[in-house]
Design a protein around this ligand. Structure first.
Ligand code: PLP
Length: 393
């Protein structure tokens, strides 16, 4: 069958691809360590599970409104008020099947053929693909390694054309863990206001900031910026609920209404049971989040210190999310591989450690390692990488 043009150009998610490869090797009986996963290794806090169970027994198993339960929208509005001092009305919120689908729907309702979206590199793998699926054109702007992988207002200004409709900002970032400061966000926000561009602020790693760093939503910085910002967030990373598939978008009421109309013809609604779980996530105790964050911070300290000792690995210490994104060009050169992709393949083949090549994030000199796995496993992975480097030099 001849497939539609728009999906022929689609690149499969490199993170899911490497996880699939690692799983296939595991199924063959190999002892594989997968550092590709983008999800916390903790189980969902028990009070959330219990609340969802109760909802199921009490009949919360039916269709909900397409844009989500009003009770959950209210919880999200309260969360934004408490955490970011941002005021929204529930009509400015849509609950979606994960943050990924919030972004997908947003680009579907926003973009016409040829509209441009500014995507800073390194980017989360799905941004450019989702923009293209909606007929748009991703315009890549390099977040330079020497600038902590962040783009500057000057770069943003220069990448704007008459077709620019939106820009994406992801802080803390997947894959780099970089966090934009208030001043940096304000400067970028100003440019977007001047050019009347929508800011898509993906805040899915909001709760995972370390060493006293604090997350700021760009929407907090002025009323003018807030008017043009669509916040994307959800419970996947914050509450260790990746499989529940609950995310949300908050912003301009007309855009939210269009996304809701689209949902009414595509998903109908996010899973009812998971929505009840998300209510408990936002309204219930937040202590488990702190515990997870402390565990991640401890691992980051340990893994970072060891990683930068490996010959050829160059890495700034990330401040958020749960990834390290070292530049490995020197490691690849030392082991005489022709590219980072080939080197990553060899590490999986010889040492059974799955890393994600940076090419999928628009940054071919780097690899992404997730430290969302136990310290014991991380130590073993580092031993294997060290051993690979020794054997191949
Ligand atoms: N945005 C970023 C930057 C992510 O890393 C991810 C997940 O990996 C998502 C969005 C999607 O999150 P969800 O699981 O809620 O769809």
């Amino acid at each position: 069958m001849n497939l539609a043009k728009r999906v022929k150009a689609l690149t499969p998610s490199s993170t899911l691809a490497i996880t699939a490869k690692a799983n296939a090797l595991k199924a063959e009986g190999h002892d594989v360590i997968a550092l590709g996963a983008g999800e916390p290794d903790f189980n969902t806090p028990i009070h959330i599970i219990e609340h969802a169970e109760k909802a199921m027994r009490e009949g919360g198993t039916k269709y909900t409104p397409a844009g989500g339960l009003l009770q959950l929208k209210n919880s999200i509005v309260r969360k934004l008020q408490q955490d970011q001092q941002l005021e929204y009305d529930p009509s400015e919120v849509i609950v979606t099947t994960g943050a990924k689908h919030a972004l997908y729907s947003l680009f579907q309702v926003l973009l016409d053929e040829g509209d441009e979206v500014i995507v800073p590199t390194p980017y989360w793998v799905s941004y450019p693909e989702q923009v293209k699926l909606a007929g748009g054109k991703p315009v890549l702007v390099e977040g330079k390694e020497e600038n902590g992988f962040k783009i500057t207002p000057d770069q943003l200004e220069k990448s704007i054309s008459e077709n620019t409709k939106a820009m994406i900002i992801n802080s803390p970032s997947n894959p780099t863990g970089a966090i934009y400061s208030e001043e940096e966000l304000e400067a970028l926000g100003k440019v977007c206001v001047e050019h009347d561009i929508l800011i898509v602020s993906d805040e899915i790693y909001e709760k995972l900031t370390y060493f006293g760093e604090k997350h700021t939503s760009i929407a907090q910085l002025s009323e003018e910026i807030k008017k043009r910002t669509m916040i994307i967030n959800g419970v996947s990373k914050s509450h260790s609920m990746t499989g529940w598939r609950i995310g949300y978008a908050v912003g301009d009421r007309d855009i939210i209404q269009a996304m809701t109309n689209l949902a009414s013809h595509s998903t109908s609604n996010p899973t009812s049971i998971a929505q009840y779980g998300a209510i408990a996530a936002y309204d219930g105790p937040q202590e488990p989040l702190q515990e997870m964050k402390e565990a991640f911070e401890g691992r980051l300290n340990k893994v970072y210190d060891e990683l930068v000792q490996i010959p050829g690995f160059k890495c700034e210490k990330p401040k958020g999310a749960f990834y390290l994104f070292p530049n490995v060009t020197e490691a690849v050169r030392l082991t005489r591989f022709e590219s980072v992709d080939k080197w990553v393949e060899a590490i999986l083949e010889y040492e059974k450690v799955a890393l994600v090549p940076g090419s999928g994030f628009g940054s071919p000199d780097n690899v992404r390692l997730s430290y969302a796995t136990s310290l014991e496993v991380l130590e073993e992975a580092l031993d294997r990488i060290r051993s690979f480097m020794e054997k191949h030099q």
